[in-house]
Structures are given as C-alpha cells and as structure tokens.
Design a protein around this ligand. Structure first.
Ligand code: HEC
Ligand code: HEC
Length: 287
C-alpha cells in the first residue's frame, strides 16, 4: 500500500516537471504571439475578465466613498477627465485618439463602467491602474481628492448626450484642471521619507528605464549610472554632497542643479522625492 502511494506521488511529480519543461520550451521557441493585433481567444478573454473583476472587487472593499456631490467637484472632475482620460476612453460623441485604438485590450467606454461599477472600484482602478492593459496608475500624478473628482464626474457621464458633452467642452475654461479649487488642494506633504513607499514610487517614474537598481525588476539599463551603492557615494552626479535632503532636490529638478544633464525633470512631487531619497539610502551595496 505504501509503495503504491509512492508510485502515485512520483508519477504526479514527474508529470509536473514535464509540464513545466514543456511550458518553458514553448516560451523559449517564441510560440506565444505577443502582438497587439492578435486577440485573446474567447475563453482566455473571459478568464481574464473574471480575474480582473474579482481582483478589483476584493481590493476596493476597504475604500470609503466620500461625498461626491457638488458642482465644483464635478466640474473639476470633468477638466481632469478631459485632460487625462478622453484620449484613451473617448466620451459621448468623442472618439479615442488613434494610438488608443491600437491598444489590446482596447480601453472600455467609461459610460458603461460608470453605470456598472461602484464608485469605490472606479476610484481603485484610477489610483492603481491595471497591469498589462495600458491603463495607467494615477496615484503619483493626481491627489486622492482629484481622483474622487473624476469619479464624481463619471457618475453623471452616462446621462450626458453628445450635445451635452460638447457643451461641457465648450464652456470649459482652458482645458487645464483647476487644481487651485478648494475641492482639490493637494494633500499636505510633511511626512518624513519612507523607504518602502520610495521603492514603489521608483517604479512609477521611469527610473528603471535608465538606471540599474538592485532588486527592481527590469532595471538593467545603463543610460545613467547604476544606483547600486548610491548611499555610499560622496556626491550626487558629481555636484551635490550626498544626503537625503540634497537627493530630494536633485530628484525634483536635476536640470536646474546640473544644466545639460541627461537626467530629465520627471515632475516628482516633494513627498515622492523624500520617499525615493529614503529608499536610495538603503542601497549601500555596490554590485
Ligand atoms: C493610455 C490609455 C489610457 C488612459 C490615458 C486611461 N485609461 Fe483607463 N483604461 C485603459 C485600458 C487599456 C483599460 C483596460 C481595458 C478596459 O477594461 O477597458 C482601462 C480601464 C479603465 C477602467 C476599467 C474599465 C472597466 O470597467 O473594465 C476605468 C474605470 C478606467 N480605465 C478609467 C480611466 C480614467 C478615469 C482615466 C483618466 C484619469 C483613464 N482611465 C485613463 C487605458 C487608459
Ligand atoms: C532618461 C534617463 C533617466 C531617468 C528616467 C532617470 N535618470 Fe537618474 N540619471 C540619469 C543620468 C544620465 C544621470 C547622470 C547625471 C549626470 O551626472 O549628469 C543620472 C543620475 C542620477 C543620480 C546620481 C547618480 C550618481 O552616481 O551620482 C541619481 C541618484 C539618480 N539619477 C536617480 C534617479 C531616480 C531615482 C530616477 C527616477 C525617479 C531617475 N534617476 C530617473 C538618467 C536618468
């Protein structure tokens, strides 16, 4: 009986190893077609849809919805929507930009999403983005208040006809969201730098496209110097003495500190720069 059990276990283990090898081989010979012009099969599409729906529902559960009424809030949400969302998602009577039509999956019409999804789920999607779809995370670009403004505008979106939307567009001031409105004052940024938050922020500001950064997946490019061991280097870019406060200044405005540098200004907020500086102090091992 005992040996029978062993045979079963060994057979299963053998099969699992074979399946892994076969999967590895398929990846290696380039069997999978990554082109955006090749759609998923219906079954895969359905499975991914269910995965997305569950993943969002579970994560949005903890979020509390603020009061989403009020003219100013909805108007500001419209301006943000017009600046950041309509290019991909379109709006009543407005087609998405050509590049958005080439995305796979194509961005959904938000009229349907606004009708079907609870506000907390929409907020979560805007804040965190959706991996491997082209839906960006806005957390590092917009404040929580601004993201709720967008959600507030999306609640009235299903009721807008193309004519209504065009009227909103025409009466819009200049397309720039009124970030000074009381509804969207940026949250205060007095927290001291947090290395864990900084580690996350690094992934959201293109750092990995230019620098080798230890433990950050995909950060293997040598456009700029490797950041391994940055904590122990005496100078930042050879011009500033290396401490967290100077690092914050460098990250926020490299081209002001060192005119002509190839490191671009990335519109990093004060708090994110503090957090990233804190993270960089943990990189003390040169690789
Ligand atoms: C670069 C293109 C792009 C931009 C810009 C963009 N999105 Fe998306 N968005 C996508 C893609 C792609 C998806 C995933 C496919 C899908 O489910 O629609 C998506 C998904 C979504 C979803 C989930 C749709 C659903 O119900 O399944 C919401 C909600 C959403 N986006 C809101 C927004 C908002 C609000 C903005 C502006 C702040 C925005 N998006 C900006 C491309 C974009
Ligand atoms: C487009 C490429 C590019 C991007 C994106 C970029 N950097 Fe840089 N970075 C550079 C280059 C090039 C230098 C060298 C600057 C010089 O010495 O003039 C540099 C220098 C630095 C330095 C100083 C390194 C040293 O050895 O003194 C730090 C720290 C740094 N970058 C961090 C970051 C972080 C963090 C991010 C993301 C928030 C980032 N960089 C994004 C290209 C880039």
């Amino acid at each position: 009986m005992k040996s029978c059990k062993r045979v079963v276990v060994l057979t299963l283990a053998g099969l699992a190893v074979c399946a892994l090898l076969a999967a590895g081989l398929l990846v290696y010979i380039g069997w999978y077609d990554v082109s955006a012009t090749r759609p998923h099969t219906k079954l895969v599409h359905r499975l991914l849809d269910i995965g997305l729906a569950r993943s969002v529902a579970v994560r949005a559960e903890q979020i509390r919805e603020p009061d989403l009424n009020g003219e100013a809030r909805i108007q500001n949400g419209f301006e943000l929507f017009r600046t950041h969302c309509v290019q991909c998602h379109g709006a009543p009577g407005v087609a998405p930009a050509p590049y958005a039509l080439g995305l796979n999956p194509v961005p959904a019409s938000l009229v349907a999403s606004a009708r079907e999804r609870p506000a907390t789920e929409i907020f979560w999607i805007i804040r965190e983005g959706i991996k491997m779809t082209g839906m960006p995370a806005w957390k590092y670009r917009l404040t929580d208040t601004q993201m709720w403004d967008v959600v507030a505008f999306m609640r009235i979106l299903p009721a807008l006809s193309p004519v209504d939307y065009r009227q909103w567009d025409e009466k819009s001031t200049n397309g720039l969201p009124r970030s000074a409105s009381s509804a969207s004052a940026p949250t205060s940024t007095s927290r001291i730098g947090d290395a864990t938050a900084g580690r996350q922020a690094v992934e959201q500001y293109l750092c990995a496209t230019c620098h080798v950064i230890p433990d950050v997946a995909g950060a293997s490019h040598h456009v700029g110097p490797s950041l391994a061991g940055i904590a122990t280097r005496p100078f930042i870019a050879g011009v500033l003495s290396n401490n967290p406060d100077n690092m914050r200044l460098w990250l926020m405005a490299p081209t002001t500190i060192k005119p002509g540098t190839a490191m671009p200004d990335l519109s990093i907020s004060d708090q994110d720069a503090r957090d990233i500086a804190a993270f960089l102090t943990t990189l003390s091992e040169p690789q």
